[in-house]
Design a binder for this molecule. Sequence first.
Ligand SMILES: Cc1cc2nc3c(=O)[nH]c(=O)nc-3n(C[C@H](O)[C@H](O)[C@H](O)COP(=O)(O)O)c2cc1C
Length: 353
Amino acid sequence: MSRAGIDALRERARLGLPAHVADYVDATADGVAEAEADRWDAVRFRPVALRGETETSLATTVLGTPVDHPILIAPMAQQVAAHPDGEAETARAAAASGTLVGVSTNTAVPFSRIAEQGAPWWFQAYLLADSDLTDALAARAAAAGASAIMLTVELTALRVDPRIEPTNWPDGPGRARLANLTDDERSRLGDRPGRLPGLEQIARLREIAGLPVVVKGVLRGDDARRAVDAGAAGVLVSTHGNRRLAGSIAAVDALAEVADAVAGDAEVYADSGIRDGRHVLAALALGARAVFVGRPAWWALADDGAAGVEGLLAGLADELTASLRQAGVGTPAEARAARIAVAPGFASDRGLA
Ligand SMILES: Cc1cc2nc3c(=O)[nH]c(=O)nc-3n(C[C@H](O)[C@H](O)[C@H](O)COP(=O)(O)O)c2cc1C
């Protein structure tokens, strides 16, 4: 699956969706769709040679969970607008593809239906206006079989456009979100947005869920280090798919800095704009253990349900295998050890003091 193939997938998905739903999925903080993929395109490679034939293998683990390849599915809200079974259908595709799926706080599907598909899954937690409800969701996810909690540590910029905000959708699945809270609990939340978490939330969720915590949405080495020192088992470098702050650095700009800061004490992942196998190779070579794909999976789900998502993941994995061989290495670990990628920019505060 090439970037052009994913562009075609996006167009096909759009044809079957109401405009406000398609626009909600495409939306970015700066109004420019898919710009983050250009930053991954700008990564340059230094292929190695004379290492002979090695067997190519994509299999790895994420926080101890085995996966067939390092391409995971990002937690995304409103998947029932793409397919009637929403996240359950996505989880079915993850199970068939030997990978793991993130499940949003805002899912309209009960955890039990997602869990019964058999794929490993991580629950994505927002710190809700009523933090007891965040705790309740994390505990329910753990009881239903989630194997980690992803704590999102940033808020998106999308509320600036009321037309595409799911709570305003005319008959929307937007109204059925937070299916894992009771009606009474949902009414306690109203439409109030979440809150920005502090470091203490990491230990709190770890204790309540009894699961490792991955911090989602870090773009700086210093924050990554603080998160790991506070007990995070993983750090996901992410701009929320360019939905956070207009003018923000891209995930790829922060990845090497975060990987250096964490220095092997936690797993590092990346998402935002990953659109082909070469982007995956770039992320792995710059220090990620795995990547998450967001919108492409949402579009594939809308286009052809679980089969669509399986096809997308297989296409990306095939391309990653080809890219690894062209780079002269057999595994993601070798790609990282051989430092085969050069990031397009290295944003830090170095030189400012
Ligand atoms: C439609 C949509 C809904 C999303 N919902 C959530 C969410 O509920 N929680 C969250 O942490 N991230 C959410 N994200 C962000 C994704 O988890 C991920 O970081 C992002 O989509 C990756 O970028 P990409 O779409 O360019 O691949 C959402 C993204 C999209 C496109």
